[in-house]
Ligand binder design. Structure first.
Ligand SMILES: CC(C)(COP(=O)(O)OP(=O)(O)OC[C@H]1O[C@@H](n2cnc3c(N)ncnc32)[C@H](O)[C@@H]1OP(=O)(O)O)[C@@H](O)C(=O)NCCC(=O)NCCS
Length: 418
């Protein structure tokens, strides 16, 4: 067995990419060998310096990649994020500190670059808290039992003068990016998508051995404006009694107005043969169940943590978001990673703007940087975290006051997985 010191952790070179891709497949329990066209497609994501590997005797045994992303803060400002993905360590090399080494290298580089936060979607809950990441958004998936929903099966299109049209992959690539930008600039927790994302989702670039072309439907308002789009697939299920019992699965649904949201869910529930609709990963406070006459027809299938956030710059993170009330709070932030700990005074004014400065004043609340990320996106309650022992009140009532400043009326949501 090679010792820790023998294993080199460093950025991979372009010529090592195929070996790195093989290690990635192994770590994710996928077939180790990819077709050449898939390797070439994945190479498009290769960013020199930000695709890391661990090498044992010249063989890649761990992978890690980060890329530039924008994350929407409460109030709509974008902050520069270091998006972490493709994290694997070979089963033969686990629990020897390789992830810790790759993470430390990447977060130090992100801090140096001036990124405000790092982000990721965690495969398993216990992995990333130790690196200062906190679960800052969650997601819910519903399965709609269409016949029980109370919806009129004779529906023939939106009642509001809008219309729904099916579009092909080219139409999605033309209309989708601007629509997503509209959504993500208004949705705390949402992240930017690059052009490659649209090519992968429409099958123009083959990233995985199997791709099934989805159906795509677009909602236009009465004024002709594109306000929503959905990508969905359907299975082929005729049951024992030779009756159509198909399930439609939403891959993604983007709506920038409640009218578009209502029309697209209504559309999905009206498709002939479809008796179940799986909603895909939605915001936990999505309108969906209440768009049905009988909301109980939408059963929760998944309820899970989703986007994890790691604050790299407390001052810029707290100044990027808006606040729900005026007030001030001194936060003692512990950071085991040594990147952003310290004591900070947050001053929120009545117009929603926040100002944050390092201070030596007495603290009101003490918390870990991972829990600050969770509060920062507005979803969690400081009072709840105090009850769990994760936030300590240094002044009585400070947790309640933090909630008045930080919590938001709608919940943050990240529609993407990366
Ligand atoms: C998760 C994974 C990357 C961890 O890599 P690793 O090199 O074994 O991690 P490290 O040795 O650096 O571990 C760091 C610490 O995290 C702990 N840890 C690592 N993975 C963990 C897990 N899945 N659950 C609980 N604890 C975990 C280690 O025990 C260690 O704790 P310690 O410092 O208190 O001893 C690796 O197990 C893996 O590839 N898993 C399969 C793919 C995967 O899930 N990737 C993540 C995608 S988001």
């Amino acid at each position: 067995m090679s010792s820790r010191a023998d294993i080199d952790v460093r950025p991979v070179t372009e010529s090592e990419f195929a070996d790195w891709n093989r290690a990635l497949n192994i770590g994710f329990l996928r077939e180790p060998t990819s077709d050449d066209d898939i390797i070439e497609a994945r190479r498009a994501q290769f960013t020199p310096g930000r695709s890391l590997g661990a090498f044992d005797g010249g063989r890649c045994v761990a992978t890690f990649r980060s890329f530039a992303q924008e994350l929407t803060a409460v109030g709509g400002a974008s902050v520069a994020a270091d998006a972490v993905t493709n994290v694997t360590v070979a089963p033969t090399h686990r629990r020897r500190g390789l992830l810790s080494r790759m993470m430390a290298q990447d977060l130090a580089a992100a801090k140096e670059r001036g990124d405000v936060v790092a982000t990721l979607i965690a495969a398993e809950y216990p992995i990333y808290g130790r690196y200062g990441f906190g679960p800052a958004t969650s997601t819910t998936e519903w399965t709609i039992d269409v016949p029980r929903s109370g919806l009129d099966p004779r529906w023939a299109g939106p009642e509001d003068g809008g219309r729904i049209d099916l579009v092909d992959a080219e139409g999605v690539r033309k209309l989708g990016p601007e629509l997503h930008e509209r959504l993500r600039r208004a949705q705390p927790g949402a992240v930017s998508r690059d052009e490659l994302w649209w090519r992968i989702t429409t099958g123009a670039v083959r990233f995985h051995p199997t791709f099934h072309e989805p159906f795509h439907a677009v909602y236009r308002s009465a004024g002709g404006e594109v306000e929503g789009m959905v990508a969905y697939t359907a299975d082929d299920n005729w049951g024992d009694a030779k009756q159509p019992l198909n399930t439609a699965r939403v891959k993604w649904l983007t709506a920038v107005t409640p009218a578009a949201e209502r029309a697209l869910w209504r559309y999905l529930c009206s498709v002939d043969w479809v008796v179940k609709v799986r909603s895909g990963w939605r915001a936990p406070d999505d309108l969906l169940p209440h768009l049905l006459p009988d909301p109980r027809a939408a059963a929760v299938t998944t309820q899970a943590d989703w986007l994890w956030v790691r604050i790299l710059d407390v001052v810029r993170a707290l100044e990027a978001r808006t606040y729900e009330a005026a007030g001030s709070l001194v936060l003692e932030v512990a950071d085991g990673g040594g990147l952003s700990g310290g004591r900070y005074r947050l001053e929120a004014s009545a117009d929603g703007a926040g100002r944050c400065v390092p201070t030596t004043e007495g603290a009101d609340l003490a918390l870990d940087v991972a829990d600050l990320a969770v509060l920062w996106l507005g979803d969690e309650s400081a009072v709840r975290l105090a009850a769990l022992g994760r936030v300590r009140e240094e002044r009585a009532g400070a947790a309640r006051q933090a909630d008045a400043l930080l919590r938001t009326s709608r919940r943050p949501w990240c529609p993407d997985i990366f």
